[in-house]
Write a protein that binds this ligand. Structure first.
Ligand SMILES: Nc1ncnc2c1ncn2[C@@H]1O[C@H](COP(=O)(O)OP(=O)(O)OP(=O)(O)O)[C@@H](O)[C@H]1O
Length: 245
């Protein structure tokens, strides 16, 4: 594991009119780590991701993405991050290959570079059987895989995955886990999920948020220890129902 921090957050907060969505939060995520954001509805996960990806301005505090200051160096940050949002962002009438090519071309790849990169993505994520299918005819799981592949075309150093397996069946979810696991170590990943088994399966470290407060952060085993519970599910329930770290 590399020692530099991919993300450094200092006293970051967000208030929407009267609603405090994020209380001052300080957190570091080392490069190469797969970091999970967990919490029940309204905990502040999406707000934090939106701030870190430049979609939302924080009310106070600072964050650095691979040393670049958020809000002051947005263009540098945009060239090193990618976001795969909850809603799959694919063109329904284009084929899998065409969706990938479009993404590469939009971002300035030459025809040759784009073809080579798309071939690489199709092979890496086993998209071959579907490469000629239109986006709208793919199953939810394959749409999500395509969406993540499109986010990876630019070789981001940090990838934000907002509930990547929401609504998928267990087989599709496991296929996506395999895809995400292939990225572990080389790409820093920040992932939000409501599925505890997903967090246990994938995450190196997990932050549990509740009502905009960070209640705990650590590995699965550390969180179980901190909570004095015997399973991760019980530890999670402990932290989101009032337990302190
Ligand atoms: N644009 C907004 N205006 C006002 N309040 C908002 C806005 N967006 C979010 N909130 C509130 O901020 C809080 C945190 O919301 P956020 O979407 O970040 O939570 P979340 O953890 O992502 O929830 P979920 O798991 O339901 O997606 C919630 O109480 C939400 O109602």
């Amino acid at each position: 594991m590399k020692l530099t921090n991919a993300i450094e957050i200092q006293q970051l907060s967000k208030q929407y009119k009267t609603k405090v969505a994020l209380h001052p939060l300080t957190l570091s995520i080392p490069e190469g780590q797969l970091f999970g954001l967990l919490g029940v509805n309204g905990a502040g996960k999406t707000t934090l991701i939106k701030i870190l990806t430049g979609l939302l301005k924080p009310s106070s505090g600072t964050a650095h993405i691979l040393g670049h200051s958020l809000s002051k160096e947005d263009s540098a940050i945009h060239s090193i991050i990618a976001v795969s949002p909850q809603e799959t962002a694919i063109a329904p009438n284009l084929t899998v290959r065409e969706n990938l090519l479009l993404m590469a071309r939009i971002h300035g790849f030459s025809k040759l570079q784009a073809t080579a990169k798309v071939d690489e993505m199709i092979a890496q994520f086993s998209l071959e059987p579907f490469e000629k299918e239109r986006g709208k005819t793919l199953s939810g799981g394959w749409q999500r895989k395509l969406s993540i592949s499109m986010a990876l075309i630019l070789e981001p150093r940090i990838l934000f995955l907002d509930e990547p397996t929401l609504g998928l069946d267990i087989i599709s979810r496991q296929e996506l886990w395999t895809m995400i696991q292939k990225l572990k170590g080389s790409t820093t990943i920040v992932l939000t999920t409501h599925y505890l088994e997903e967090a246990v399966e994938l995450c190196d470290r997990i932050c549990i948020l509740k009502d905009g407060y960070m209640k705990a952060v650590g590995t699965v085993d550390e969180l179980i220890d901190q909570s004095k519970q015997s399973t991760f599910k019980d530890a999670f329930v402990h932290f989101v129902t009032g337990g302190e770290s």
